[in-house]
Design a protein around this ligand. Structure first.
Ligand code: C2E
Ligand code: MG
Ligand code: MG
Length: 510
């Protein structure tokens, strides 16, 4: 409405000047009659003084206005991402907070789209950071030109962006917006004369007017949906109630895992690996289980990946190694026949990446009193291939006599198999064994694996043997060592009677 009193300051100052001049004239006039010249001089001096005062204050005020503009610029900079000029994280959250309140008041739908570029790292790694920065600026412009004037786009950092879709009537419109953005990524981005198809994954969180989620919650949920979109290569994933439950579940599992060992809830079961030809026990595979107080017995597939992502694998791995090694040493004590047995323990990705893995394992072996050549470390082929650098630690252990098995062998481990100084055993994945009956391809693959293993002097173990005919076929293919429900499920240690499983124990008994 323009009622700022500062607007009237110059006029007030001018009037004050005139009043001062008049007062002066009046005072002089009281003492004696002024000549006409003196009167004009006095009045004009007063007026000039008043004008000068006014001009000075105007000048001061104008320069103050410049300062204000500068201040405005500074606060604007603090709200924006320096590289792209988009809103930054803090500003996004401020705007989102306001938008949530407005949407609830007006009964509108609010959409939060969390974007993570798909192949940004490649550009950054191969062409350098400056090219990466250029790409981010182009993406920012593209996003800005795709959204509507009511929407807001922000950069959270790295290659992560958030688009806020405001003033929508239906949830579908949010998804429509996400699709539109995804389509914009079909066009390649040209950086330094090279076209890059970068693509993006978008996670969507939709808040209807009755939604009680905070700004933090919405961004977290959109982020979680983005993670799924990325891993499922789905492009767009909308966060829903099922995700909410799963996330809560995950957090519970993570929390409970922290105390699972102290409370004795983690246990190790042992599944026999048998030599079907010699009709004797070859060894055991140690498989972890979690006796959860509310959920019952959980299989590794239900908690190990969560433990991995939460950084809890290290101590679970140590726990299993300790249990398995001391159990094997106890069986050695119980029966001299057990001294030929192998104890296989699975290694997780984080364990392979641990530069102290060699030290840890050798410490555990001597703590348990188990000869190193009775321990087999199993490494799934996917992990082994991804972290070839981590194999050095294993090589050190191999030098001590510890064996190394490539687990779930069959998809792409051929390259690793060359390393026969390191790898002692191939464990054929249970999927090949399961499908062996249906197609010839699986049988041929197993045959090939056996040929390779034999010519390199490696052992072969077939996993997941459930039926007699599978056993017979595998035997025909030249495999002696097998593991599967046909022989036994994984058993708790106290379910394994040395007298039954190591028959020669009777011979050596006094
Ligand atoms: P894996 O190392 O390939 O272990 C073999 C899996 O096949 C075990 O599942 C076992 O119970 C199951 N199995 C055995 N015989 C049969 C059969 O005849 N048919 C079928 N369908 N399955 C059979 P489990 O115990 O659920 O373990 C799953 C995976 O979890 C393991 O696969 C291993 O990769 C991982 N894992 C288990 N324990 C540990 C551990 O202590 N540390 C780490 N890092 N991973 C573990
Ligand atoms: Mg295994
Ligand atoms: Mg396996």
């Amino acid at each position: 409405m323009g009622s700022d009193p500062k607007r009237f300051y110059p006029a007030v100052e001018l009037m004050a000047g005139v009043l001062v001049a008049l007062a002066w004239v009046f005072a002089l006039d009281n003492r004696r009659e002024l000549t006409e010249d003196e009167l004009i001089m006095t009045i004009s001096t007063g007026l000039i003084a008043a004008a000068a005062a006014t001009a000075t204050t105007l000048l001061i005020r104008l320069s103050g206005r410049g300062h204000e503009a500068e201040l405005n610029q500074l606060t604007d900079d603090a709200r924006r991402d320096a590289l792209t000029g988009l809103f930054n994280r803090a500003e996004l959250f401020r705007v989102l907070d306001e938008s949530i309140v407005a949407a609830q008041r007006q009964g509108m739908v609010l959409g939060v789209l969390f974007l993570d570029l798909d192949r940004f790292k490649q550009v950054n790694d191969t062409m350098g950071h400056e090219a990466g920065d250029e790409l981010l600026k182009i993406v920012a412009q593209r996003l800005q030109s795709t959204i509507r004037s009511t929407d807001v786009v922000a950069r959270l950092g790295g290659d992560e962006f958030v688009v806020l879709c405001r003033d929508l009537i239906a949830a579908d419109s949010v998804v429509g917006m996400a699709r539109q953005i995804l389509r914009r990524f079909d066009d390649p981005v040209s950086v330094r004369g090279l076209d890059h198809r970068i693509g993006t994954s978008i996670g969507v969180a939709i808040a209807t007017p009755d939604d009680s989620r905070s700004a933090d919650d919405l961004v977290r949920d959109a982020d979680a949906a983005m993670y799924r979109a990325k891993h499922s290569k789905a492009g767009i994933v909308v966060f829903d109630d099922a995700h909410r439950l799963q996330m809560a579940d995950r957090q519970d599992i993570e929390r409970d895992l922290r105390t699972a060992v102290e409370r004795g809830e983690l246990v190790v079961h042992y599944q026999p690996i048998v030599d079907v030809t010699g009709r004797r026990l070859h060894g055991f595979e140690a498989l972890v289980r979690w006796n959860h107080p509310d959920r019952g017995e959980l299989n590794p597939a239900e908690f190990l990946h969560i433990a991995g992502e939460a950084g809890q694998i290290g101590w679970i791995g140590d726990f299993v190694l300790r249990q398995a090694c001391s159990q094997a040493a106890a069986w050695n004590e119980a029966s001299s026949a057990a001294r030929d047995l192998k104890m296989s323990v699975n290694l997780a990705e984080a364990q392979l990446l641990d530069p102290k893995l060699g030290l840890r394992v050798s410490e555990i072996l001597s703590w348990a009193g188990l000869p190193p050549d009775q321990l087999v470390l199993e490494l799934s082929e996917a992990i082994a291939i991804e972290h070839v650098e981590g194999l050095e630690e294993l090589r050190h252990l191999r030098g001590l006599g510890v064996e190394v098995a490539i687990d779930d062998f069959g998809q792409s481990a051929m390259g690793l198999v060359k390393d026969f100084d390191l790898v002692t055993t191939l464990k054929i994945d249970k999927h090949f064994v399961r499908d062996m009956r249906a197609g010839d391809a699986d049988r041929a693959l197993i045959e090939a694996a056996v040929t390779v293993a034999r010519s390199l002097g490696m052992g072969v173990v077939a996993e997941g043997v459930e039926f007699e005919d599978q056993m017979v076929t595998l035997q025909e293919l030249g495999i002696d060592l097998m593991q599967g429900y046909l022989f036994s499920e994984p058993l708790a240690a106290d379910g394994i009677e040395p007298a039954r499983w190591f028959p020669s124990a009777a011979d050596t008994a006094p």
